[in-house]
Ligand binder design. Structure first.
Ligand code: FAD
Length: 353
């Protein structure tokens, strides 16, 4: 029997495993994808790292900042200088200054760097990727976790994946209380009904025209755009959010993106040298099939997420369960710290008894 099994190697699950490892507690982290990081996802483009998931952290986020410091991660500031652009059905106009962006930090090697570095310091053998969890059932002295590759047992299990995904994808025996299942179903997966579009260029041409790269559009397909260039403007990139609100929404086509970029940044806008359209709604490891349909953001940080289910052994730690920074990396870390502390406490009490 492993003492703790953590389901999901996104930043929350990785941090739980990291803290338990530091406390010398035997932990196994099971991840359905072939990579760690979850919604922190950085790809290596020809000109540098490109974030298809999370982009920023903010100056008040103490947990993110102290991990960056501890791990020695390279960071840079979000580019803010220049004018923003506003687009509605009538026209596109340049604003005076940039009222859209706020001061934020960026991970210079991409946000997934944070996940990679935590994964690297786990004990050998305690992380298994390509291992989707199918079921969790109660035993007299613990919980049994079924994966496609066999069953395992643990004293505590942590659900480090979005609650709506957990109840749609994992069978629980005994069944979780109906009110809890209903709460989980109504809890939208943060950014789970969004496409993130990243356009990489030879140079940050918009900066040469005094533009910040920030834009708001009521036309779409991208509704909000920002500069996403690396340090010193390399790689030179813009990113935009294209909402996919309903189950039959489809991610925008490259042609529509290129047309909108020209409308926003001028007819001399060059063709992107790389174009990424990350459709998070279609990611089965992030969004359940009906994601966001009955979404209610008031469920974020609900007190029910702070109560361990199945006799105090099944814990919730994904960002959606945070009451302080739900949706953000900071919230995922906050829950990881709380859940790890609770498990350490419980195991210490049992050891002492
Ligand atoms: C496009 C986008 C932009 C964002 N921008 C920002 C930003 O700028 N700043 C910010 O702070 N946050 C941002 N976020 C949110 C941030 O990425 C999340 O808050 C954070 O990554 C959530 O971490 P998590 O560990 O709670 O969940 P996840 O990262 O979703 O991790 C859950 C893990 O569980 C795994 N899993 C799923 N099902 C199973 C199963 N059955 N068995 C085993 N494993 C399973 C998944 O593969 C995944 O690795 C953004 C997210 C997206 C998608």
């Amino acid at each position: 029997m492993t003492r703790v099994i953590v389901i999901g190697a996104g930043i929350s699950g990785l941090r739980v495993a990291d803290l338990l490892t530091a406390a010398h507690i035997d932990v196994l982290l099971l991840e359905s994808r072939q990579r760690t990081g979850g919604r922190l996802h950085t790809v290596s483009g020809p000109t540098g790292p490109v974030d298809l998931g999370a982009t920023w952290f903010w100056p008040h986020e103490g947990r993110v900042l102290s991990l960056i410091d501890e791990l020695g991660l390279p960071i840079h500031n979000q580019h803010l200088a220049g004018d923003a652009v506003y687009q509605d059905a009538q026209r596109t106009r340049r604003l005076d200054g940039n009222p859209i962006d706020v001061p934020a930090g960026r991970f210079s090697l991409g946000a997934q760097d944070l996940a990679h570095r935590l994964a690297q310091r786990l004990a050998p053998g305690c992380l298994a990727t390509d291992r989707p969890v199918l079921a969790v059932s109660a035993r007299t002295d613990g919980l049994r976790v079924e994966t496609g590759a066999g069953a395992l047992e643990a004293e505590h299990v942590v659900l480090a994946l979005p609650p709506a995904l957990a109840v749609s994808r994992i069978r629980f025996d005994p069944a979780l209380p109906a009110t809890l299942v209903d709460l989980a179903r109504r809890t939208p997966t943060w950014m789970g009904s969004m496409a993130k579009v990243v356009a990489v260029f030879d140079s940050a041409f918009w900066r040469d025209h005094g533009l910040s790269g920030a834009a708001i559009s009521h036309v779409g397909p991208m509704r909000e755009l920002h500069d996403m260039s690396g340090p010193a403007g390399r790689p030179a990139a813009l990113f935009g959010f294209a909402p996919l609100p309903t189950a039959d929404s489809v991610a925008p086509e490259p042609d529509a993106i290129v047309r909108q970029l020209s409308a926003l940044f001028g007819p001399s806008t060059p063709e992107p040298v790389e174009l990424y359209i990350a459709d998070w709604r279609s990611e089965p490891d992030t969004s359940p099939p009906d994601t966001g349909v009955a979404g209610d953001y008031r469920t974020y940080g609900h007190p029910a997420w702070r109560t361990a289910a199945l006799d105090g052994r099944l814990h919730w730690s994904a960002t959606e369960t945070s009451s302080t920074s739900p949706g953000h990396i900071e919230g995922a870390l906050e829950r990881a710290e709380t859940v790890a502390a609770r498990i350490i406490d419980d195991l210490n009490r049992r050891n002492a008894a």
